[in-house]
Design a protein around this ligand. Structure first.
Ligand code: SF4
Ligand code: SF4
Ligand code: SF4
Length: 243
């Protein structure tokens, strides 16, 4: 039986999600056994224009990247967005809140030699091409990645929770970060990570993006209970959920 051909591509990102795949160790060996990896810049030098599944890491920040992504889409039967940068634009979208000349000057200096470098409004992958599956998180959760790929390979719809992080957090009986005067984005953020940040004493930063049907009333109630406003919440959303 022919194995599905998989190619992994990166755009604007830190490549941390690919590292999570590499770190899968035994699981990655099992996956590699049932697929044929034909292109993966981080792990091999071969390249191919023929693949069934394209996995895209990173957000789209230049016109030439849009063209490259469109070509990849036209060659792939299934396209998967990998990680917050690809799924929601991620931290790269913070740039969209500023004047791009200011952004260039901030990165390269007022008289920098690189001022000519192109930079456009940051886009998530699905703002450019159709995406079949999304694997959220910054970085992705390796076990979730393996589960999603395995489901796809056996023709099953992968499971990605659509309830908020609070559900997983409360199941772990973690003391709520609001009790420590922190604004946590758990009530509106998609679960599936197991709420590791509140368990480790951090608020949820919203790295998995918004739950599809966030309980806005409950979030509002929490804000009111702790003497906070919706604007306070929105300020915390800039890191991962800028437009
Ligand atoms: S989602 Fe996070 S870890 Fe993954 S590539 Fe983007 S910045 Fe890196
Ligand atoms: S608001 Fe944050 S800390 Fe509180 S229950 Fe929800 S996820 Fe946990
Ligand atoms: S708790 Fe929030 S910030 Fe932490 S991994 Fe989960 S979604 Fe991301």
């Amino acid at each position: 039986m022919t194995k599905p051909r998989v190619a992994i591509f990166d755009f604007a990102c830190c490549e941390g999600c690919q590292l999570q795949i590499v770190n899968l160790e035994e699981d990655i060996l099992k996956l590699i056994d049932v697929v044929d990896v034909v292109e993966w810049r981080e792990a091999m030098s071969e390249q191919s224009h023929e693949y069934d599944i394209a996995i895209i890491e990173g957000s789209i920040t230049r016109e030439e990247d849009e063209h490259r992504l469109e070509i990849i889409r036209s060659r792939a039967k299934i396209l998967i967005a990998l990680g917050a940068c690809a799924v929601i634009g991620g931290v790269n979208k913070m740039k969209n809140n500023f004047d791009f000349n200011e952004v260039r000057q901030c990165v390269y200096g007022k008289d920098g030699q690189m001022q000519h470098l192109n930079t456009e409004r940051t886009k998530a992958v699905d703002e450019v091409v159709q995406v079949d599956f999304k694997i959220p998180g910054c970085p992705i959760n390796g076990a979730e990645f393996a589960q999603i790929i395995r489901s796809l390979l056996v023709g099953k719809k992968p499971f990605v929770p659509d309830y908020p992080v609070c559900v997983e957090c409360k199941a772990k009986e973690t003391i709520c970060r609001y009790e420590y005067n922190q604004i946590c984005l758990g009530p509106i953020t998609r679960a599936g990570c197991g709420a590791p940040c509140p368990s480790a004493g951090w608020r949820c930063f919203g790295c998995r993006g918004m739950a599809e049907n966030p309980n806005v009333d409950a979030a509002q109630e929490v804000m009111t209970l702790y003497g906070l406003t919706v604007d306070d919440l929105k300020q915390k959303m800039v890191l991962f959920n800028s437009k």
